[in-house]
Design a protein around this ligand. Structure first.
Ligand code: FAD
Ligand code: MLT
Ligand code: ZN
Length: 547
């Protein structure tokens, strides 16, 4: 679209050229991008974090002494351990901390990624197939042993680790791709397949895993489904409630439910698999997933902008939807504070010369590079010409795409490495989205809780603008009751007043169990309890969490 070459348009486009020239080779402007270039591998980082001094993790029960162990559960005995060892044929499938000191081996399964929760399990089981999961669960159910299913342990609500001595059933060894149909794009895989592994496999077949997130190097397909994860491609490919076609699930009593349908359409009664999507392991263990995967885009472009106000961010998003239409694949929001944390942590050169209160990352994915590029340029000219966007850069090659994404995907780690982060993950109408960050800043400042030598290092806002999903994060030097009490339930009340969701994508886990009433009515909570009772009458799955 032709845009009058106003003085500001020229100034803005020059800025674009100048920035890109710093690093650019002459390169095609839109091309096929291997997705792995922007993946983090968390397994390594997790171990690094634990060795940092001052970053040791308190036991959950020390942080929250009000949570009491339910005496209805049995304590692990040698007889139980012997049964598990006999049932799981491979010796490495049982990490046994009862018969011997296995502290170092067991510790990574007891601690969560946020360094906030730490359980005291003495046993980790790693079954290889649904039959083994079935035998273990039946035994736990018969013997009243509490259970925590665990995938890549990248969850952000403390759901994936035990609170007390629950048995951890880790799906890592269930790691086989069972089949792929390249006509329909339907993938069937074990629940323990890592997202990145699935995506690399799909790449070879011209398809793409319909979900992308910073933890893709360790999060598993089953964990994605159990958490109903959202992530960076939600805007384009939608929810797992739509993309999951079938599940294989083991119920707490050991029953294997084979609903591994490969059909897109199937109106034969209640769609039971939907209950397990987002159930966070409370009613059964997912062992297999059948998933609709889209065709992989041949041309991907990424642009990064600076904007002067949240109002302009909203305008830019509206224009992106209008002008980029079907090729828009991500529209992410980052505030100045979030980018400062990434900069301080990584010391990377900032993509733009100036500093702005807000930044957006826009990604397009399509099948015709030239066409996509024309659209992107028209969009850029428009938003700069109208002074919606003040400055911006467009990545010119794969490396620059990865670099720009790292300013967004690196936020979680950059803010988390100081000691801890209070995380809130909400959805409210888009116009009010950022107001919460400002109100929180004001609240913590008024209570003198932020700053040098204070517990909180700042208040950070970022998230999936395209899905009206904000991540409000308060990085802290250490987890602290005074900060927590200043934030909770105040943040949840703030969200409730706007009829929002207190968890847009991370789930409930242990963190939000007691706050569910801020987003669900008493009638709905009662129905949820009835479902839990129906599937897990003895309550062995995920006690102390979810509901
Ligand atoms: P885990 O953390 O191991 O488990 C998550 C929950 O599911 C737990 O309650 C667990 O008990 C249960 N569970 C796991 N596997 C199974 C199974 N097979 N059957 C039944 N229950 C099971 N989340 C988002 O939604 N969007 C994001 O953009 C996003 N980005 C992230 C970025 C970073 C850097 C990190 C650390 C996390 C991010 N997350 C995000 C959160 C997390 O990665 C996702 O929720 C992910 O889907 C969890 O997968 P996992 O295999 O690690 O599951
Ligand atoms: C993200 O969007 O980066 C994730 O949900 C992780 C987070 O909230 O920290
Ligand atoms: Zn997110």
């Amino acid at each position: 679209m032709a845009v009058p070459a106003s003085r500001s348009t020229v100034r803005a486009l020059r800025a674009l050229q100048k920035c890109t020239q710093q690093t650019v080779r002459v390169a095609p402007r839109a091309r096929y991008i291997p997705q792995h270039v922007r993946a983090f591998t968390l397994s390594t980082r997790r171990h690094e974090d634990h060795s940092e001094p001052g970053h040791d993790v308190k036991y959950t029960t020390d942080l929250y002494p009000e949570i009491k162990r339910d005496p209805k559960f049995s304590e692990l005995t040698q007889e139980h351990v012997d049964f598990f060892k006999k049932t799981l044929s491979d010796e490495s499938a049982v990490i046994d901390g009862l018969s011997k000191d296995a502290t170092d081996d067991i510790e990574p399964f007891n601690r969560d990624w946020m360094k906030k929760f730490r359980g005291r399990t003495k046993i980790v089981l790693k079954p290889k197939n649904a039959e083994e999961v079935s035998k273990i669960l039946k035994y736990c159910n018969d013997n009243m042993l509490a259970v925590v299913p665990q995938g890549g342990n990248s969850g952000l609500v403390g759901g994936s680790v035990p609170v007390f001595d629950e048995v951890v059933i880790n799906l890592t060894r269930m790691n086989k791709i069972r089949g792929f149909d390249d006509v329909s794009g339907i993938l069937v895989a074990d629940a323990g397949v890592i997202m990145e592994v699935a995506d690399n496999y799909l790449k070879e077949h011209g398809h793409v895993y319909p979900l992308d997130l910073g933890a893709k190097g360790s999060a598993q397909i089953g964990g994605n489904v159990a958490a109903n994860a959202g992530g960076l491609r939600f805007l384009r490919y939608g929810s797992l409630h739509g993309n999951v076609l079938g599940l294989e699930v083991v119920l707490p009593d050991g029953t294997i439910v084979d609903d591994l349908s490969k059909l897109r359409k199937n109106n034969t009664g209640y769609d039971l698999k939907q209950l397990f999507i987002g159930a966070e392991g409370t009613i059964g263990i997912i062992t297999g997933v059948s998933l609709q995967t889209p065709q992989r885009a041949k041309a991907v472009n990424v642009a990064y902008f600076g904007l002067e106000s949240y109002e302009k961010v909203q305008k830019a998003f509206k224009e992106a939807k209008m002008r980029l239409g079907e090729i828009l694949s991500a529209f992410e929001l980052m505030d100045a504070e979030s980018q400062k944390f990434v900069h301080n942590k990584t010391q990377m050169k900032r993509p733009l010369e100036g500093e702005y209160p807000f930044y957006c990352l826009v990604e397009t994915s399509g099948s015709n590079g030239e066409h996509d590029n024309e659209k992107l340029e028209a969009f850029l000219e428009h938003v700069m010409g109208e002074e919606i966007v003040t400055d911006g850069v467009v990545a010119q090659d794969d490396t620059q795409i990865a670099e720009l994404w790292s300013w967004r995907e690196g936020i979680t780690e950059a803010i988390g490495h100081n000691g801890g982060t209070y995380k809130y993950d909400l959805s409210i109408p888009i116009k009010d989205l950022y107001q919460l960050v400002e109100d929180t800043r004001e609240r913590l400042n008024s209570k003198n809780l932020i700053g040098d030598n204070k517990t909180a290092l700042g208040v950070v806002g970022f998230g999936h603008m395209g899905d009206a999903n904000l991540h409000l994060n308060i990085p802290v030097r250490q987890y602290d009751k005074e900060v927590e009490e200043a934030l909770e339930p105040w943040v949840y009340e703030w969200i409730q007043k706007r009829n929002g969701s207190i968890s847009a994508e991370h789930g409930l886990g242990i963190v939000k169990k007691k706050y569910i009433g801020y987003s669900k009515s008493p009638v709905m909570i009662e129905l949820m309890k009835q479902i839990k009772q129906l599937y897990d009458p003895k309550g062995i799955m995920m006690p102390y969490k979810y509901i």
